[in-house]
Design a binder for this molecule. Structure first.
Ligand code: SF4
Ligand code: SF4
Length: 136
């Protein structure tokens, strides 16, 4: 499984090699999506952890025990619906059925509750109307 987290570092922790420790201790694949860290100052990391659920939970517990603040991040797909021309290109990419076009109006319908955030629509839309949103 893959989960995203925001980690906030107190100033005294910013020099630690967190990603190295997570890989060595918990055998987790890590993807740093955003980093705002300066040695000696507090900072923020947006990371993606990929491993079995128990390993991710152990890593989260470890990060908390090191005096860092870690919060899960929700990922959502956002559509600029007002610019959509209902060409239908995205619907064939959307295996979950969150995107559809049907009679009588043949306008694109987006049902976010069905979205599994596979991100395939980001490449499919010729107008690039899909974006990823992160929220804590
Ligand atoms: S991210 Fe995937 S599931 Fe969600 S709307 Fe796009 S194609 Fe459909
Ligand atoms: S591919 Fe883009 S323009 Fe076409 S229907 Fe989907 S969101 Fe609208």
């Amino acid at each position: 499984m893959t989960r995203k987290f925001v980690i906030k570092f107190p100033a005294e922790q910013t020099g630690d090699s967190l990603t190295y420790n997570l890989i060595k201790k918990f055998d987790i694949r890590i993807n740093i999506l955003k980093a705002d860290i300066d040695a000696g100052r507090s900072g923020t990391l947006l990371i993606e952890l990929n491993a079995e659920e128990e390993k991710i939970q152990a890593a989260v517990d470890y990060i908390s025990s090191q005096g860092m603040d870690i919060s899960p991040v929700e990922t959502k797909i956002k559509l600029e619906a007002e610019k959509c021309i209902s060409c239908g290109a995205c619907t064939s990419s959307c295996l979950s059925g969150a995107l559809s076009i049907s009679a009588p109006d043949w306008n694109l319908r987006f049902e976010p509750e069905k979205c599994i955030v596979c991100k395939l629509c980001l490449k499919a839309c010729p107008l690039q109307l899909f974006k990823i949103e992160f929220s804590e």
